[in-house]
Design a protein around this ligand. Structure first.
Ligand SMILES: CC(C)(COP(=O)(O)OP(=O)(O)OC[C@H]1O[C@@H](n2cnc3c(N)ncnc32)[C@H](O)[C@@H]1OP(=O)(O)O)[C@@H](O)C(=O)NCCC(=O)NCCS
Length: 169
């Protein structure tokens, strides 16, 4: 077997990233821009994808993103990401976003996102990535659910392609 395709444990891709919300990250209400949180989610997921694949990886998609609670200037944002499942050249990464009150240490869940990254080589050609081995019950659940989500998002992608094609015709 190609050594680059040796199966890897899910936990090997784990990333935790911490950011302080500065005034430059906020809107006139003093809460973080959604786009800023999305950028941090993308970076955190991208690092997890590269830890798994050890290849160049690009964002293929981000599933629906819901912001459950605003995050204020001066709060600390903690992002946790891990690869849920590797397919052939693509992988699903789950990211959880929490906000921490720096004075009390209290944390709340603000957002969760699923992203798909694809591994490519320097010519931009897709490359195979190692299979992922879930380690515990939680990782096993995420692994199984990732397959269902993949089917759903590929169906949706094809549906959108059809809509665009019909408009162009
Ligand atoms: C992502 C990209 C490499 C996919 O290439 P493609 O030729 O369109 O994709 P294919 O239909 O052949 O599918 C390739 C793989 O990507 C997955 N994939 C493609 N589009 C996807 C999407 N929108 N969501 C989830 N997975 C997707 C497929 O399931 C397949 O996975 P597998 O190899 O594990 O089975 C290509 O579309 C690309 O380069 N996009 C731009 C990426 C980029 O620049 N991102 C930064 C933000 S702009």
């Amino acid at each position: 077997m190609n050594p680059a395709l040796t199966p890897k444990r899910a936990c090997e891709s784990y990333v935790e990233m911490t950011q302080l919300v500065l005034p430059s990250h906020t809107n006139p209400l003093g809460t973080a821009f959604g786009g800023q949180i999305m950028a941090w989610i993308d970076i955190c997921a991208g690092i997890a994808a590269q830890r798994h694949a050890r290849q160049i990886t690009v964002t293929a998609s981000m599933d629906d993103l819901h912001f459950r609670s605003p995050i204020h200037a001066g709060e600390v944002v903690i992002l946790k990401a891990q690869v849920n499942r590797a397919f052939h050249t693509s992988m699903e990464i789950g990211v959880r976003v929490e906000a921490e009150n720096p004075l009390t240490g209290e944390r709340r869940h603000c957002s969760s996102a699923y992203l798909t990254f694809v591994a490519i080589d320097e010519q931009g050609q897709r490359v195979a990535i190692p299979p992922l081995v879930p380690g515990n019950e939680e990782e096993q659940r995420r692994y199984e659910e990732a397959d269902k989500r993949r089917q759903f998002r590929l169906e949706r992608r094809n549906l959108k392609r059809n809509v665009v094609t019909r408009r162009v015709e």
